[in-house]
Design a protein around this ligand. Structure first.
Ligand code: NAD
Ligand code: FES
Length: 285
């Protein structure tokens, strides 16, 4: 028996939300933890952050971006369909304290990962300012949900079509120029997390990033998710996924993320051909 999809929502181009009936995961999950799923029994295992849980109803919400074969396949499933495996909660929960003023930065799809973090940070008594960065207006994710959770939301778009024109780092510079920032959480593309870490290193602002290396087993055995933090090898699935941004070797992480790009591309092409044969047309989101 699999894990039933209770609700499905399209959030924006290529991004979807699903509510899954998984009572044991819902009961045990803490902010910052993730699950590993397989769409079907021969499928690839992919990690996804737990966006929300409802313990009473046994429901876990996941938000994902359709970037490769497995996420596209997942996005094609409908309400009532079942996912073969849904294992978790995995990883260490977010380190939550009352820091004072916290800036939570979501770059593009990384914004989805911030939802449980900001909920917990608010609960711990922090003043939370969220920066949501996207290339353009239609890619801005979860604006209303964030506004309901935090004290202030600043939107940045690369092309200036909505909010402040610029990158999330321009938003952070603006906030750091007007008030004291005690901690920063940043989730998004690796170059973004690296740029945020570079900005907060000298003023010694505690900065946490959530890393997304390739994962296979998700339990610390295969070594696929290894990252270098403070000169030491760590496994993101059991030692993370969150780490001190000032200690992370982002260049190595970028290199490792590119390792299977050709194979991923080929696998996606084959899958798209298979979908066409079966009469599906995937429009890219
Ligand atoms: P994107 O490339 O559209 O970038 C989103 C925003 O990030 C930009 O609008 C900009 O404000 C900021 N940004 C990007 N590069 C930057 C740089 N060099 N300096 C400063 N700011 C920069 O992002 P996308 O296409 O939505 O992709 C999302 C990325 O997030 C993917 O790479 C995905 O792997 C990653 N991701 C990470 C996690 C995680 O846990 N770390 C989770 C989900 C997604
Ligand atoms: Fe295998 Fe982390 S995914 S060790």
């Amino acid at each position: 028996m699999g894990y039933k999809i209770l609700r499905k929502e399209i959030l924006g181009p290529g991004s979807k939300l699903m509510e899954i009936y998984a009572p044991f995961v819902a009961k045990a999950a803490k902010p910052g933890q993730f699950i590993v799923l397989r769409v079907h029994e021969k499928g690839e295992r992919i990690p996804l952050t737990i966006a929300r849980t409802d313990r009473e109803k046994g429901v876990v919400t996941i938000i994902f971006q359709e970037v490769g074969k497995t996420t596209i396949h997942l996005g094609l499933l409908k309400k009532g369909d079942e996912i073969a495996d849904f294992v978790g909660p995995l990883g260490k929960p977010t380190e939550i304290e009352n820091f004072g003023t916290v800036v939570a930065i979501g770059g593009g799809f990384g914004t989805a990962v911030l939802l449980p973090m900001v909920t917990a940070l608010k609960k711990a008594g922090n003043r939370v300012i969220t920066i949501i960065g996207a290339r353009t207006k239609e890619l801005v994710l979860l604006e209303q949900e964030m506004k309901a959770l935090v004290d202030e939301v600043l939107i940045t778009t690369d092309d200036g079509s909505y909010g402040m024109k610029g990158l999330v780092t321009d938003g952070l510079k603006f906030i750091m120029g007007k008030e004291k920032v005690d901690a920063v959480y940043a989730v998004g593309p690796v170059p973004m997390m690296k740029a945020v870490a570079d900005m907060t290193r000298e003023p010694r602002i505690k900065t946490i990033v959530s890393l997304n290396p390739i994962m296979v087993d998700g339990t610390g055995m295969c070594g696929a998710c290894r990252v270098e933090v403070g000169g030491k090898t760590k496994f993101a699935c059991v030692d993370g996924p969150e780490f001190d941004a000032h200690e992370v070797n982002f260049d190595l992480l970028m290199k490792r993320l590119k390792m299977y790009r050709e194979e991923e591309k080929r696998s996606l092409e084959l899958f798209k051909k298979q979908l066409e044969t079966e009469g599906y047309i995937w429009h890219g989101g």
